[in-house]
Design a protein around this ligand. Structure first.
Ligand code: SAH
Length: 347
């Protein structure tokens, strides 16, 4: 089966005309898909057209199968794909709007030590249409429309490494920013990468000036490699130069994520190296409290020390803040909800 949501409007027009239908139907279907409707719900189409589409295309590529609501209002979803795979999505409420956290792959092959998403390896890439459908259904369930979106901001920070699924992610971003659909500005989108340097350089030329975020987690190469295997392929210096290039091309300041692991990357040595490397760069450091994952035994730095670490970075001349905790009571860590679901399934 194919995913109708994968098609940009131009391709949808070709399909509709090949089926002998009037051209305006393509726009109608495109808007319905971006509104989160299944093909079978598109009752403004003839039954014949719906049936012809359903012969080849998945009716509802992303279905919400579980929703958890945290005390702080954060919602976490377990979403089923058409082939039985499951992914997670998070919806966070802020003073400036609502942010959806999006997965780009089922599982992940980057193998970062602290992260739950990579424990079972990569299962498969999400298609552009599946990512789009995730946004569309979460927007819809929260009462959003195309004109008045409930999802105002997006972060590609769920399961998966976006730049390991480069083409689909770029296609998705183009679908997402289509003026005929959800029309999301790239200013309101953040993409987080573990630092795939060639893709970071390539992305700077795509004309999609989103907020580029890099998972740094340690500024010292060999120590970074102990947490993140990808550090063996690309050095911190290469990452910084790709970030500088991104700033030159897009004018957008970049962001570093730094999840504090007790006794590992919260040391004075790391702190001084961060200040040395980042002091004169147009960037921000997001200090994250580690979500402890039972499988790896890594411990979080306590809150007081986390704030102190951020404070010292600021005193050293950097822009740095400690990230707010969202949905800590509902398995907020990357990939944890999916893992609990998969493990429960096996029993
Ligand atoms: N593959 C992308 C997106 C990952 S998730 C990337 O590597 O950037 C978004 C952020 O959460 C990343 O910075 C990731 O390193 C971090 N992260 C993953 N597991 C975590 C955990 N258990 N606690 C704190 N941060 C975590």
């Amino acid at each position: 089966m194919k995913i109708l949501q994968d098609l940009p409007l131009e391709k949808l027009k070709e399909l509709i005309s090949s089926l002998g239908e009037k051209a305006f139907r393509a726009g109608q279907i495109f808007r319905s898909m971006q509104s989160g409707r299944a093909i079978s719900e598109m009752t403004d189409l003839s039954q014949t057209l719906r049936q012809r589409l359903l012969e080849e295309y998945v009716d509802e590529p992303v279905k919400i199968i579980k929703k958890l609501v945290s005390k702080d209002g954060t919602e976490k979803y377990l979403l089923a794909l058409y082939d039985g795979n499951v992914i997670e999505g998070v919806f966070m409420k802020n003073s400036y709007g609502n942010t959806q956290c999006l997965s780009t792959q089922v599982g992940c092959r980057m193998g970062c030590k602290f992260c739950a998403s990579g424990i079972g390896g990569l299962v498969r890439n999400l298609t552009a249409g599946e990512m789009l459908a995730t946004v569309a259904v979460v927007n819809r369930i929260n009462g959003g429309t195309l004109d008045k979106r409930a999802v105002t901001n997006l972060v590609l920070m769920g399961s998966g490494e976006p730049f390991d699924n480069y083409d689909n992610v770029v296609d998705f971003l183009r679908l997402l920013s289509d003026k005929n659909g959800l029309n999301v500005s790239m200013r309101n989108v953040s993409l987080s990468t573990c630092g795939l340097v060639p893709e970071m350089i390539r992305f700077a030329n795509e004309g999609l000036p989103l907020n580029l975020t890099v998972s740094l987690h340690n500024p010292i190469n060999d120590k970074r490699a102990e947490l993140m295997p990808i550090a063996k392929a690309y050095s911190v210096e290469q990452i910084l130069s790709a970030c500088d290039n991104y700033f030159e091309k897009t004018g957008r300041r970049f962001i570093f994520e730094y999840s504090l692991v007790k006794g590992v990357n919260d040391t004075e040595e790391c702190l001084q190296e961060l200040i040395r490397l980042l002091k004169h760069r147009p960037c921000h450091v997001n200090i994250i409290r580690l979500n402890e994952v039972k499988e790896n035994g890594l411990k979080a730095t306590d809150d007081k020390s986390a704030y102190k670490f951020a404070d010292k970075l600021v005193k050293g001349g950097l822009s740095a803040t400690v990230r707010r905790l969202f949905g800590a009571d509902i398995e907020g860590a990357c990939g944890q909800l999916r893992r609990t679901y998969i493990e429960g399934d096996k029993q």
